[in-house]
Design a protein around this ligand. Structure first.
Ligand SMILES: Cc1ncc(COP(=O)(O)O)c(C=O)c1O
Length: 378
């Protein structure tokens, strides 16, 4: 049997997806599962986008230019202050954006800071590309946000991935925090990759990195606010000097983002009323989740300023009873039919004491899941 190359074989799993597979297997076996493990809207493609897709199916859907459909790039550029559409490329989701950003900005072996807890695919994509993720632990002391001091403590860095709102903590970087971080990065020559995929789903204003640092490489996507995870479409805003390089990488690695998804994305940009309805529902879900967790004795949580997650510390099960978070999540799935994601996905050092709950689903399911957890006897 062929074995994978050592380097590729060492890339860790994305536990949220792995947990979601186990949950799906349980459902296939006829059990009911309450899904709090995956950050995925349960709502369909916006109505306007559906109509545009139906119309597009009458025509040839071939390759687009590597950078994407011009009207879509134009509309996306207008979302920022003073960004030329030539700097915007449509990509196959934020995930493709990470590969393009990391390959464009860093040479093999480059040291790139990743906030822990943070979205695991930053670290794992960096590893897959032969780069060196440098963990920057954050905690309650700084509201789970990175600071210039924490960056400095990580040693020399070629780059940093900043996510606001963050997955899993929901932390939003306010204007002061962003100004301090971008000033530090500019002074130290640290390149910034900014993940703004959860903009639009916030409890407090989330300033755009580009308003503080015009040379940031910004990544965003239609997956979350626009409810389009399966359409695999997002965008990047690229610093002036590297537009050609990103375009060449896109041509060679991906050719272009899926044409039909670009058509859908362009139409979805006008679906404000429908999408604000979803955002309102997440706001209500957040309160259901926070109340339900508190009633279950789970009160030590990160800010939950945005996105649709609550990252919770569970010492009553982990440190006190020795049930680390992966085992805890598997037992909850098995014994309660509640799927959640173990913190080890997001934080290698401390994640065994934490669990992430996604409140993207239905309020009734969230309330029921919390009741089941509250009634659980380990
Ligand atoms: C912070 C963050 N960035 C990126 C992604 C992946 O986004 P996409 O579906 O656009 O590839 C996710 C998915 O959960 C995420 O949470």
């Amino acid at each position: 049997m062929i074995e994978a190359a050592v380097h590729a074989a060492a890339v860790p799993p994305f536990h949220a997806m792995a947990m979601s597979r186990v949950a799906a297997e349980r459902e296939a076996a006829g059990h009911r599962v309450l899904h709090l493990e995956i950050g995925q809207p349960s709502t369909p493609l916006p109505r306007l986008a559906r109509a545009a897709v139906e119309d597009a199916l009458e025509h040839q859907l071939g390759y687009t230019t590597a950078a994407g459909l011009a009207p879509l790039r134009q509309r996306l550029a207008e979302r920022y202050t003073d960004v030329d559409p030539g700097r915007v490329l449509v990509v196959g989701g934020a995930s493709a954006g990470f590969t393009l950003a990391f390959l464009t900005l860093f040479d093999p072996g480059g040291r790139v800071g990743v906030i822990e807890p943070g979205y695991p695919c930053y670290r794992n994509t960096l590893l897959a590309l032969g780069l060196r993720p440098v963990p920057i632990p954050v905690g309650d002391e700084t509201r789970w946000a990175p600071t210039p001091d924490l960056l400095a403590a990580a040693g020399p860095l070629d780059g940093i991935v900043l996510a606001s709102p963050s997955n899993p903590t929901g932390t939003v970087l306010g204007a002061d925090a962003l100004a301090a971080l971008t000033t530090h990065c500019r002074a130290e020559g640290i390149r910034i990759v900014a993940d703004e995929i959860y903009h639009g789903l916030v409890e407090r204003p989330a300033p755009q990195v580009l308003d503080h640092h015009t040379e940031a490489f910004v990544i965003s996507s239609f997956s979350k606010y626009w409810s389009m995870t399966g359409w695999r479409v997002g965008w990047v805003v690229v610093p002036d000097g590297v537009v050609d390089t990103v375009e060449r990488l896109q041509q060679n690695l991906f050719i272009c983002a899926p044409h039909v998804s670009q058509v859908a994305a362009l139409a979805a940009l006008d679906a404000t009323e429908e999408l604000e309805g979803h955002a309102e529902r997440y706001r209500a879900n957040r309160l259901v989740m926070l109340d339900g967790l508190a009633a279950a004795g789970i009160a030590e949580i990160a800010p939950a300023d945005g996105a649709f997650y609550v990252y919770a510390h569970l010492p009553q099960y982990t440190t006190e009873l020795g049930i680390e978070s992966t085992t805890l999540c598997l037992r909850w799935l098995d014994e309660l039919g509640v799927a959640a994601t173990p913190g080890v996905d997001f934080d290698l050092a401390r994640g065994h004491e934490y669990v992430r709950f996604s409140y993207a689903g239905r309020a009734e399911d969230l309330a029921e899941a919390c009741e089941r957890v509250a009634g659980w006897s380990p």
